[in-house]
Ligand binder design. Structure first.
Ligand SMILES: Cc1cc2nc3c(=O)[nH]c(=O)nc-3n(C[C@H](O)[C@H](O)[C@H](O)COP(=O)(O)OP(=O)(O)OC[C@H]3O[C@@H](n4cnc5c(N)ncnc54)[C@H](O)[C@@H]3O)c2cc1C
Length: 374
């Protein structure tokens, strides 16, 4: 298995790192405090075609290969977990419409998401249906030339900002996916604030009360809607989350190494204490191991290998836990400074916890990895 990057991929990686250093790191703490991204950064990502870079150029993307997309996700995760989440969600929504919708539907909505003209949101989770998303009770019934939707979705990233919502509902007892546009009568969003982490992911609850959606907005209906469309979108999101967790952990490393070099206790720099060296070594090796699993998943995805989905699950399972452990160690090494507002490590720790919950919790991934292996 060859994980070496091409010269072009290395060049892109440097450009993504520079983008994160210039546009994300200086503002990520502020967005976290304000619980909102700035409009400027969303516009910039759209202008740079970085919202869904894996789309074809004519659909608003950069035709980016899967390995390069992983490198981008790592750098975005290092800079700001909310931006990494934004980019993942835009990809999940846009690719689902492109792959499962008609040409008219793709032409109508996908370029708007790719260019940032409209933000997309992925509405699967319900107040009573999270890990068991298949059991969601949001309903769709046929009326005249469309469908009437009733139900609620919860914890939907960028639900406060989005103009296009991919919403899952039950139609004739089977899963269906609809596009619901903001402003549709009977559809409303309520902000969810004060989460532990990913606080600038602008979460919302979505409410559908006799919301009439035109026939032209039905993207998919039938068994494959959940089995392939929803699970395929989550697989795309998981790949991004895995790399993002590596980026988050990588973001904790230089800060911790510098702190261990500069902070003196008991007459020597922290790095001279063997227990501190042990913590640092676990952090360094954890990041490398998680990154290698992401690269392995990327290499398999690039060839549409039959083990790609399982390896992506493994990468996300390990990387999200590594991200949390490394961020926790980084906070510990920083002592009281680590839990204060001026150091980014406490934001990373809060964001890291969320990576173990979104796109399937660690326990659900344990179940899935075992199911696909046994
Ligand atoms: C910041 C954030 C952003 C999000 N964004 C989105 C979004 O954009 N779109 C969207 O649709 N959803 C989104 N979600 C929701 C997310 O997908 C769910 O939170 C996740 O799927 C878990 O569901 P739950 O929270 O209902 O937990 P539950 O499913 O109720 O799980 C509770 C606990 O029980 C465990 N558990 C459940 N079932 C099993 C089992 N079979 N075996 C072992 N353990 C089990 C879980 O691992 C967990 O520890 C977001 C959540 C957060 C926090």
């Amino acid at each position: 298995m060859q994980y070496a990057l091409t010269a072009e991929q290395r060049e892109d990686q440097s450009a993504f790192a520079a983008f994160a250093d210039e546009h994300l790191l200086p503002r990520a703490n502020q967005w976290d405090r304000e619980q909102r991204l700035s409009d400027e950064i969303v516009e910039l990502l759209g202008k740079e075609r970085l919202l869904v870079p894996t789309l074809p150029v004519e659909a608003g993307g950069r035709a980016m290969d899967v390995m390069t997309y992983g490198l981008l996700s790592e750098e975005l995760g290092r800079g700001c977990g909310n931006i990494r989440n934004l980019v993942a969600v835009q990809g999940m929504v846009a690719h689902a419409i492109l792959k499962w919708g008609s040409k008219e539907q793709a032409d109508r909505w996908v370029p708007r998401i790719g260019t940032g003209e409209t933000v997309g949101a992925f509405g699967l989770t319900e107040p009573e249906a999270g890990s068991d998303a298949r059991s969601g009770t949001t309903s769709a019934e046929r009326v005249g030339e469309g469908f009437v939707l009733n139900g609620r979705k919860k914890w939907i990233s960028f639900g406060q900002r989005a103009g296009i919502f991919l919403v899952f509902a039950k139609l004739d007892g089977e899963s269906a996916a609809f596009v619901v546009e903001r402003g549709t009568p009977g559809f409303s969003t309520t902000p969810i604030t004060d989460m532990l982490g990913l606080r600038a992911s602008e979460l919302a609850e979505l409410t559908f009360e006799n919301c009439v959606v035109p026939k032209a907005n039905l993207i998919s209906h039938g068994r494959l809607t959940f089995d392939l469309l929803a699970t395929g979108s989550l697989d795309y999101g998981r790949y991004s989350t895995a790399y993002g967790a590596v980026g988050l952990a990588q973001g904790c490393l230089p800060a911790s190494l510098d702190y261990a070099r500069e902070r003196t206790q008991f007459g020597v720099p922290l790095k001279e204490h063997q227990l501190v060296r042990g913590i640092l070594t676990d952090m360094i090796s954890g990041v490398d191991a998680a990154r290698l699993l992401c690269r392995q998943a990327g290499a398999l995805r690039a060839t549409a290998h039959r083990d790609a989905i399982r390896q992506t699950l493994i990468a996300k399972y390990v990387a999200s836990q590594t991200g949390f452990r490394v961020a926790n160690d980084a906070v510990q090494l920083h002592g009281a400074n680590g839990v204060g507002p001026d150091f980014p490590v406490q934001r990373h720790l809060r964001d890291a916890k969320i990576q173990e919950i979104i796109e399937g919790t660690s326990q659900i991934q344990q179940v899935q990895i075992a199911d696909l292996t046994l």
